[in-house]
Write a protein that binds this ligand. Structure first.
Ligand SMILES: *[C@@H]1O[C@H](CO)[C@@H](O)[C@H](O)[C@H]1NC(C)=O
Ligand SMILES: *[C@@H]1O[C@H](CO)[C@@H](O)[C@H](O)[C@H]1NC(C)=O
Length: 347
């Protein structure tokens, strides 16, 4: 009896230790699973290309904006400063090609490559300077010849006819020539304006505030393939979405920006992610783009943490390769990030 009892105890003990061992193995396994899961979640969708550009010494001032011409493989970089060239042109491979000889640019803010997929691209630059050429949006040829000026040079204002701006922040021009302008970067206006090709107002939201379709420093604008306009509403720490045809308010994303405001808004070429930079927290944040017909809430897909004081400001994407270019005010440079493939196409 005692013996069998002992055997029983022995059996229990060995079962217990086996169980313990099993649990330890299982625990380790679960832990490693969890670690893998976390690693997957934290795997950046983009990685820095430290070899771009080959001549970083060409950056001589705070860099505010970038724009890519995917067909000709050119990257336009806008920088500020006394006596520095305001626009530098690099190849997507990182070669420095030229700077623009332009005296008509004071303080470039946003830069946009219009008609990027055609043989007739042009470069649009918003100018927030308050000198004789400021408060305007300028269209340049790819080599820097001034083609058109929107707004009233040297005069900040809110007029619509003739057009006036006050520190216009960014412009998006679609293939048909219709324009979406966010005005502005801290002046008296807080407007999202849609202009026809012949510069007539199609619709506008022009009120400062925190309500729906009101703005406080509308800072960046893009239009997706589903007729939706996305605006980084900076001081309100949100992105607002509108119907590009009617101007109707469609939704707001705020929950991702409790710590810092979105400064940029651009879509990856595969239309899966919005790229938003947050200047004060030095982050590049990729948000999952919602399906057509739904705005829903924002979801963070991936975050790239930059060093302190890099101060990313605005971004652009190469529609041929998916590469991401980031303009950095604090680091006084533009940087290139290339997509990790992860089995998914970025195009
Ligand atoms: C810029 O202007 C200077 C002086 O006018 C001239 O020497 C130079 O060749 C110009 N550069 C370009 C790229 O046009
Ligand atoms: C875009 O390019 C096409 C073809 O080159 C041209 O006809 C059209 O006017 C351009 N649109 C804009 C907005 O520049």
């Amino acid at each position: 009896m005692w013996k069998s009892r002992r055997g029983h105890t022995c059996f229990i003990a060995s079962t217990m230790s086996l169980l313990a061992l099993l649990m330890m193995v299982l625990y380790g396994f679960m832990n490693s699973l969890q670690a893998d899961d976390q690693q997957l979640l934290q795997t950046p969708l983009y990685k820095l290309d430290p070899s771009w550009p080959k001549n970083p010494e060409r950056f001589t001032g705070p860099v505010f904006a970038v724009a890519v011409n995917p067909l000709s493989g050119l990257v336009y970089v806008a920088q500020r400063g006394e006596g520095v060239p305001k626009v530098l042109v690099f190849s997507t491979d990182g070669d420095y090609l030229m700077s623009w000889n332009t005296t008509t640019l004071e303080m470039p803010h946003g830069i946009f490559l219009a008609n990027a997929t055609s043989l007739n691209p042009t470069v649009w630059i918003t100018d927030v300077g308050d000198g004789p050429y400021g408060h305007t949006i300028k269209q340049y040829s790819p080599k820097g010849k001034l083609l058109q000026v929107l707004g009233t040079a040297g005069k900040a204002g809110s007029g619509l006819d003739p057009l006036q701006f006050d520190q216009p922040a960014e412009i998006f021009v679609d293939e048909s020539g219709e324009m979406y302008i966010v005005d502005g970067d801290g002046g008296k206006n807080n407007r999202l304006i849609k202009l026809s090709k012949d510069l007539k107002i199609v619709w506008m939201h022009g009120e400062k505030g925190q309500g729906l379709a009101q703005f406080n420093i509308p800072h960046s604008v893009t239009v997706d393939g589903a007729k939706r306009v996305w605006v980084a509403d900076r001081v309100n720490k949100r992105i607002q979405v509108f119907n590009s045809i009617t101007g109707e308010w469609l939704g707001t994303w705020g929950s991702c920006f409790t710590e810092d405001a979105p400064y940029s808004v651009r879509l990856t070429p595969n239309k899966k992610y919005f790229v938003v930079v947050q200047l004060n927290t030095n982050q590049i944040t990729l948000l999952s783009a919602p399906p057509v017909g739904l705005i829903d809430q924002c979801k963070v897909a991936s975050v790239i943490q930059l060093a302190e004081d890099v101060k990313p400001h605005l971004v652009d994407l190469d529609y041929n390769t998916g590469a991401l270019y980031v303009a950095e005010i604090g680091a006084q440079q533009a940087q290139k990030f290339t997509p990790f493939s992860l089995g998914e196409s970025f195009l």
